[in-house]
Structure formats: C-alpha cells, structure tokens
Design a protein around this ligand. Structure first.
Ligand code: HEC
Length: 122
C-alpha cells in the first residue's frame, strides 16, 4: 500500500501539469480589466471600445486558424511590446510596464484556452 503513495502523488502532479490550460480567476480578471475593453470579455474582438471608426479590429482570440499562426512567444512579445513589434497596429498597446512577466505568461495560456488551440510550434 505504501508503495502506491508516490505513484498517487505522481498522478496528481501529472494531471495538474496536464491541466496547465486552465487559468485561475485572477488571470480572467486581468484580461477583463485590461484587454476586454477592446478584445471583448469572450475574446471575440468585440469590446466596447471598438466603434465603427476603430481603424483595425482587435484580434478575435476564438479564431483558431488565426491564433494557430502565432507561437506563444509571438503572443507574449506582442503583449509585452505592443502591436508594432509584430508589424501590427499601434492600437494594440504595450503592456510590459503594466503587467508582470507572470501575468503575461498566464494571459498567453488564457488566450490558448479561448482559441482552444496549441498555436504554431516554436
Ligand atoms: C485599446 C485596445 C486594445 C487593448 C486594450 C488590448 N488590445 Fe490587443 N489588440 C488590439 C488591436 C487593435 C489588435 C490588432 C492589431 C492588428 O491586427 O494590427 C490587437 C492585437 C493583439 C494581439 C496580436 C494578435 C496577432 O495576430 O498578432 C494579441 C496577442 C493581443 N492583442 C493581446 C492583448 C492582451 C493580452 C491585452 C490585455 C493585456 C490586449 N491585447 C489589450 C487592441 C487592443
């Protein structure tokens, strides 16, 4: 019986490792606070900031085929430094001074949750 304990521990760790896709409430709040005004609370790019005269549509994070063109590093870079770093619109602001590296990492995981995709492999 005692031999089973480490195995059980391994399983629990293994499983929680596999669930890395699920982000905590804090990350969703961060997203809803900083990103949803443009990208929408469901990530569909339809936030309240986006009016008819908005020059470019914010990325719809639920579009799997679009999101699969990006690596996690691409996403992280755009969040850190803003749209122009990826030849995208400056309407996408840089967040590197506002959010911590951990927060940005969790946001990348959250965006992968929204698109239900793995992204381009690095
Ligand atoms: C003021 C509006 C605005 C806010 C706030 C905003 N974004 Fe964006 N975002 C945009 C726009 C517009 C684009 C599309 C730029 C383009 O396609 O040229 C974009 C693009 C992106 C992309 C790039 C997708 C790609 O195809 O390369 C990512 C990733 C992203 N945003 C993440 C975020 C995250 C995470 C937050 C919150 C921390 C956020 N954005 C907040 C407007 C915004």
């Amino acid at each position: 019986m005692q031999k089973l304990l480490p195995l059980a521990a391994l399983l629990v760790f293994g499983l929680s490792g596999g669930m890395a896709q699920a982000v905590d409430e804090g990350t969703k709040q961060t997203f809803n606070f900083y990103c949803a005004q443009c990208h929408g609370t469901g990530g569909k790019g339809d936030g309240p900031n986006v009016t008819d005269d908005f020059p470019v549509n914010p990325r719809n994070f639920t579009k799997k085929d679009e999101m699969n063109k990006l690596t996690n590093a691409d996403i992280k870079n755009v969040i850190l430094k803003g749209g122009p770093v990826a030849s995208k619109s400056p309407m996408m602001p840089p967040w590197g001074k506002t959010l911590s590296a951990e927060e940005i990492d969790s946001l990348v995981v959250y965006l992968r949750e929204l698109c239900q995709c793995e992204g381009k492999q690095e």
